[in-house]
Design a protein around this ligand. Structure first.
Ligand code: COA
Length: 111
């Protein structure tokens, strides 16, 4: 699922998306379905005009799709979680250049 988020700081408010959850039934895992879901989500996001996605996830899984540690962009999540699990992808080159701040999720995401 992709959810609208904001990356905010005292200086800026940037619209982006969060990817969560991603899930494949255990009996269908390891067949490439998770990867296809993620790539399809990226395409849908781009088609809607979004240029970046952030997520909280397994540090060994998401880099293969182009995700990098969010801290490298100066972006943090509003949770106390390991740095390597907070990741972001630029769907267009340099889409997150100059974008710094903390992610604010939609309130519905936590309901
Ligand atoms: C993560 C998940 C969505 C991947 O879906 P999938 O259809 O099995 O993924 P794919 O077939 O596209 O890719 C399989 C690869 O993902 C890797 N992988 C799966 N789960 C992983 C994990 N928790 N950590 C690291 N790598 C993982 C596998 O080792 C495999 O690697 P390989 O291609 O090098 O052999 C699926 O395992 C799942 O639903 N897990 C339970 C829910 C979950 O943890 N969701 C992610 C929340 S961040």
């Amino acid at each position: 699922m992709l959810t609208k988020i904001h990356i905010t700081s005292a200086k800026q408010d940037f619209s982006s998306l969060a990817l969560a959850p991603v899930a494949v039934l255990p009996e269908f895992q390891g067949k490439g379905i998770g990867g296809m879901l993620i790539q399809a989500a990226h395409k849908r996001a781009k088609d809607l005009g979004y240029q970046s996605i952030i997520l909280l996830g397994h540090e060994e899984y998401y880099p293969r799709f182009g995700y990098r540690v969010a801290d490298e962009f100066g972006i943090s999540l509003p949770f106390d979680v390991p740095r390597e699990n907070c990741m972001a992808i630029e769907l267009q080159p340099n889409a997150l250049k100059g974008v710094h701040g903390q992610v604010v999720y939609a309130k519905e995401f936590f309901d």
